[in-house]
Design a protein around this ligand. Sequence first.
Ligand code: 13P
Ligand code: 13P
Ligand code: MG
Ligand code: MG
Ligand code: MG
Length: 381
Amino acid sequence: MRLTLSVIKADVGSVGGHTKPSSRMIATVEGEVAKAICNGLLIDGFICHTGDDIAIIMTHTRGEGSSDVHQLAWKSFLAATSVAKTSGLYGAGQDLLADAPSGNIRGAGPGVAELSFDHSLSGVRPAESFMVFAADKCGPGAYNLPLYLAFADPMYCAGLMLPPMIKGFRFHVIDMDNTAGDSLLELDAPADSYDIAALLRDNERFGIDRIISRTHGEVVVAVSAQRLHAIAGKYTGKDDPVAIVRNQGIFPAPEEIISPFAKAHFVGGDARGSHVMPLMPVPLNTPVTGMYCLPIVSCVGFSIDREGRFAESYTDFFDNPAWDEVRRRAQRKAIEMRSQGWSGAAMLPYSELEYGGFRDTVSGLLKRFRLRDDRRPEAAE
Ligand code: 13P
Ligand code: 13P
Ligand code: MG
Ligand code: MG
Ligand code: MG
């Protein structure tokens, strides 16, 4: 069977500020997804949240970009929006940027990551397991560094030296600043790994769209790399990307994929989407309530049975005491960075504030600047 994994995620409202969706919102989305499983549109589905973003994780045979599957997600988010509105929650419908988009909702606000494969539980994939990363309060390139390290650097993934992976992986890099459409470049690791790094270092402009095994031609990673402000034309919250990563066998093992997150690397995001702060790995369904508003990422793992079902049980990868140490490191890094307040590297550069109120403040001040000579009394006469 040709199986598709679709993860569609949106921030459509939250309790007490931008912290988490309400349980009624989650129950509403679960209800819509349960109906879609019942009527045969989906094989299976799982709903979770990271901060105030709700993720719908689905298996089906409709293929990527399926109008029916995308419309189901949109309808579910609309239903959750109306619950959020009724309850007076913050940011109701925030990420639904288009009015009734028809068909595929990529580009309409929600984050979309999808990949497909032949699911036979034989050959190179006698077992199928995958992970879903979901991040809140951070920019679209948050996975650039960890995925590069997992799929292109044997210092992090020794498995790259094994025969099924030694030919490396093909990275599809997306230029998220191109508003004309998805603009992609394919580069091969390890041969092009310096070129890949040269692009991926810019987390705000370039992202990983997908990664493919060069030995088997199988898609292993799909990321929802898109910029919300490129879509909406104005600041609408951070992009908060999701990623699907298949693991084990011909792909890296889970520990090789998650170990780069031990860095708690700095990303753009945090309060008002305008700071540079460490990405903290957190358990599923964690609200954003800590000091500051740290960018957070969750990671859930599943196995898929012969029929394409997966949600009967799951693994919460960052819900382990080992990650407490990383969370403490993230908090220490955050305190250090915030001790310099608004200055320089602690906040995002001017271009990234472009559509925010900070930019309006600066634009107003820019109009009041005068050349030194023009300020002399005689020059004014
Ligand atoms: P197990 O022996 O538990 O299967 O672990 C194997 C492994 O390769 C871990 O990366
Ligand atoms: P969200 O994208 O989660 O709404 O966060 C926006 C923000 O500005 C946090 O301060
Ligand atoms: Mg929000
Ligand atoms: Mg959010
Ligand atoms: Mg957001």
